[in-house]
Design a protein around this ligand. Structure first.
Ligand code: GTP
Ligand code: MG
Length: 370
């Protein structure tokens, strides 16, 4: 670290301190062995010995995790709610989002099973709403947990002909653990075997009591396939969002979470991120988990190139050095050097942690063998 004492500098250059002191004198700097020399002098002296000095940016990598100083209440503005759709496999989550977006994602999915988190933004009654679709298949527990953590509201979809199933329970647990308000959508009401009363009874046992039975959980009967009950569902989403008073400060450097990430052959690392505070812009130096980069391009959920993305917006970004992990936090920094140094420090820390873990494991193994 800078500054160094004359003695330290001599050691690094593998020279006698007296020699360094002479060189400094020629530069007009009178110094003894314990005196500190600044970066400029170090660079000049090192150059004389053919050593190039690389200036390392000193950073405090915990700056990444530090809770931001509170936003000035005057700067806070209303932001769109982030709504995660969760529930058991095949209960109609993606069909519901298709109907809300008037597109047809389900038809394009392999085997009709969602294997990732889809992120979309729609506009209803001039209000934007961000939706995250999650997989219902039992293999995707972490994705559901992650979905619940970044969301403001959870819509639990339960098929009226099937009732509460294991991943319905799991999804409710995630939402409750994340203290997120729940709206229940009883789906497939068009089916002759639909039994919404049975669904309500089953959910009562999980402490989700409908308003008409004296509770405070909103239930909306829908048919995602026929597009029925969607207006009421959207109204309820906006109502709950309004009660939550969701706010963010668009006039600051962006922070948020990685929804999913992959390596694209042509584009390199691609990450879908949710901006949670601030505004993300093309060109921003960014730390994402243990990697970093500069936002080279941003694409919205309609595949359009955009230049900036405000709070609650899901966007795909390219320009990262590495593929981050879903669930990683991201944070924009004012300069790229700092972003790089922080990411490197974080990666190093992670490496040490993993190393410590493997060392401990092998020690335990050793004891077991004795
Ligand atoms: P995963 O993503 O795998 O968890 O499934 P999902 O919950 O997204 O279910 P998806 O939307 O893929 O729908 C599963 C099947 O249920 C499809 O064949 C849909 O057409 C059908 N389906 C969805 N909603 C309705 C509905 O309201 N009525 C009827 N009759 N069928 C529906
Ligand atoms: Mg789906």
């Amino acid at each position: 670290s800078v500054p160094l004492t004359v003695g330290e500098l001599a050691k690094r250059l593998k020279k006698e301190p007296s020699e360094i002191i002479k060189k400094l004198m020629l530069l007009g700097i009178m110094a003894n062995i314990n005196q500190e020399v600044d970066m400029d002098a170090i660079t000049l002296i090192a150059e004389e010995y053919g050593v190039e000095v690389e200036q390392k940016v000193e950073v405090d990598e915990t700056e990444f995790e530090q809770i931001e100083e509170q936003d000035d209440p005057d700067q806070l503005q209303e932001r769109p709610p982030v709504v995660t759709v969760m529930g058991h496999v095949d209960h109609g989550k993606t069909t519901l989002l298709d109907a809300i977006r008037h597109t047809n994602v389900t038809a394009q999915e392999a085997g009709g099973i969602t294997q990732h988190i889809g992120a979309y933004q729609v506009e209803y009654e001039q209000k934007k709403i961000t939706f995250l679709d999650t997989p219902g298949h039992e293999a995707f527990t972490t994705m559901r947990a992650r979905g619940a953590q970044v969301t403001d509201i959870a819509i639990i979809v339960v098929a009226a002909d099937d009732g509460v199933m294991p991943q319905t329970r799991e999804a409710i647990n995630h939402a409750q653990a994340a203290k997120v308000p729940i709206i229940v959508a009883i789906n497939k009401m068009d089916k002759p075997e639909a039994n919404p009363e049975k669904v309500k009874q089953e959910l009562m046992e999980l402490n989700l009591v409908p308003e008409e039975w004296g509770g405070d959980t909103i239930f909306v009967p829908i048919s995602a396939l026929k597009g029925e009950g969607l207006d009421e569902l959207m109204e309820m989403v906006l109502l709950v969002a309004e009660m939550e008073e969701l706010k963010a400060n668009p006039d600051r450097l962006a922070t948020g979470t990685v929804i999913e990430a992959k390596l694209d052959k042509g584009k390199g690392p691609v990450a879908t991120v949710l901006v949670q505070n601030g505004t993300l812009r093309v060109g921003d130096p960014i730390v994402v988990g243990n990697t970093f980069g500069r936002v080279r391009a941003m694409t919205n959920d309609n595949g359009q190139r955009i230049k900036e993305a405000g709070p609650s917006t899901p966007v795909e970004i390219i320009g990262l050095q590495d593929v981050p992990q879903a669930g990683d936090q991201f944070k924009v920094f004012e300069d790229e050097k700092k972003a790089r140094a922080i990411a490197e420090a974080r990666a190093e820390k992670q490496k040490q942690k993993e190393l410590a873990q493997t060392q401990r494991v092998s020690l335990e193994e050793l004891f077991q063998q004795i």
